[in-house]
Design a protein around this ligand. Structure first.
Ligand code: CTP
Length: 464
């Protein structure tokens, strides 16, 4: 009997399988089993696969949504490369057009390497016109994103110009358009730009940003910074989410994330290595699924996920207070790496070194357990309480014991030994522990773990 290892499949196929599995709330292995079972039961189902033409174009990602990214010529174009990554992570197929000015800032090679597709730059390129053509580029997409949208591109759009590939596509498309403007604050404030903006908004274009802050030019501040790639990706999610893709619509979700800082004195604290990436990704995935999300986070360097109600805290006790204030919720997910102990005798003043004196001793007291407190509440206990278990050994056994001890419904267990690189890293390998048993999920990015967890939560909530 032939054996099949999912891990050895090519990346595109693996990605498609993961997203398909996340949507149906199964593990990838179960999803593969399901596909094989359906195919074996229906021998006709095998025929089209066998007949697929060699070299046929790539199958669109299972999210099924295609984004056309038009990059204008501004310094913020470098952020558009990161935007491509963020969109690909979410399973979108991304095609990219660079304006002539954009190629002064980033290269078609870089954009092509990230999209995995050829990059389009020229309206009069016979090869691409024959192959794809500007009309097909305009039509074969669910959303056009212009990032950065320069003052010049906005002016051309408002005036209906079509003298290069980007503007011709923008004029020919029937898809929704999302603009992420980026320009100098004076250019943004200029009456001409504001006139064009009013025209574009009246035409139905959606806007994200620009944000206020420091400009690329030294000493310049104001409104004009392009929205961050995560914010733009969040806006894309919202624009492309169909009703059926919002399975948590009307549900309230609480997520804790990041480390806590426990003061030693006003300038020193005890902390841990949590980056908050997993908790923040879960909050964003819940927003995408239509939930009303409160994210309580300890100190992290991540941007706030778009669409969440953000509460920033420092210590475990602050986090507990904020979590209890956020109730009632339908689902609570405790992804924060809460410090188990705090300093009992934290100084009000900076502790000073004194020659000849012994070093200060810190005595520790246990912090309240936020997960356990909420899970054991007799009133306002969320319907589904989910904890994380960060373990360095006996992951499954420890997580099972933790599930019982903390009184939660599910535990997402992960091995955080230094060699796994999970703490602070972008990927995660977890096991989902429920009353029904333990399920090993495939190694995947933290965004994918978040998507899969939210799909499981939605399935559980909608089944009750
Ligand atoms: N947790 C919490 N409050 C605490 C400690 C932990 O809410 N004071 C939550 C975490 O957010 C996580 C779960 O409890 O969802 C387990 O965290 P973990 O650090 O793995 O477990 P501990 O309870 O700290 O147990 P130990 O360190 O002994 O494994």
């Amino acid at each position: 009997m032939a054996s099949l290892t999912v891990r050895q499949l090519d990346e595109t196929l693996k990605q498609q399988l993961r997203l398909r599995a996340a949507r149906s709330g199964r593990s990838v292995e179960d999803e593969v089993r399901n596909i094989l079972k359906a195919a074996a039961e229906d021998s006709d189902a095998l025929a089209p696969m066998a007949k697929a033409a060699p070299g046929a174009g790539p199958v669109p990602a299972p999210a099924g949504k295609r984004v056309l990214l038009i990059v204008g010529g501004g310094i913020a174009a470098y952020k558009s490369l990161d935007l491509i990554r963020r969109l690909k992570e979410r399973g979108f197929t991304v095609r990219c057009i660079l304006t002539a000015a954009a190629t002064q800032f980033i290269t078609p090679l870089a954009a092509g390497a990230l999209t995995g597709e050829r990059v389009f730059t020229d309206l009069f390129d016979p090869a691409s016109e024959f192959d794809v053509g500007h009309i097909r580029l305009a039509r074969d997409t669910d959303l056009v994103v212009v990032a950065p949208a320069t003052a010049d591109l906005m002016a051309k759009m408002a005036g209906g110009h079509a003298n290069d590939l980007a503007t011709a596509v923008l004029l020919a498309t029937t898809a929704k358009i999302l603009l992420a403007p980026a320009m100098n604050p004076q250019m943004w404030a200029n009456k001409a730009t504001q006139r064009n903006l009013a025209q574009l908004t009246a035409d139905g274009v959606t806007l994200i940003g620009p944000n206020a802050g420091e400009m690329a030019e030294s000493g310049e501040r104001g409104i004009g910074r392009m929205a961050e790639p995560m914010e733009i990706a969040g806006a894309v999610d919202r624009l492309l989410a169909a009703k059926g893709e919002r399975p948590l619509a009307g549900k309230r979700v609480l997520v804790t994330s990041g480390p806590t800082h426990e003061p030693i004195d006003p300038v020193r604290y005890i902390a841990n290595r949590s980056s908050g990436k997993q908790g923040h990704a879960i909050a964003l995935a819940a927003v995408r699924a239509g939930a009303e999300v409160t994210l309580i986070s300890g100190p992290v360097t991540l941007p706030d996920p778009p669409g969440v109600r953000m509460i920033k805290v420092e210590s475990a006790r602050d986090m507990l207070r904020a979590a209890e204030q956020a109730l009632p919720v339908d689902v609570a997910i405790f992804a924060a790496a809460v410090a188990d102990w705090r300093v009992a005798n934290a100084g009000d003043q900076k502790i000073k070194k004194k020659a000849g004196e012994t070093t200060p001793e810190l005595s520790l007291v246990e912090n309240p357990d936020i997960l356990s407190t909420v899970a054991h509440r007799t009133d306002q206990r969320p319907k589904l309480v989910i904890g994380f278990a960060a373990e360095t050994e006996n992951v499954a056994a420890n997580a099972k014991a933790k599930l019982a001890r903390k009184g939660c419904d599910w535990i997402v267990a992960n091995d955080v030994s230094p060699q796994t690189g999970i703490m602070g890293g972008d990927s995660n390998t977890v096991q989902l522990v429920t009353a029904d048993g333990i399920e090993a999920w495939p190694p995947q990015s933290k965004d994918e773990v978040a998507g899969m967890l939210i799909a499981r939560i939605a399935a559980a909530m909608n089944a009750t």
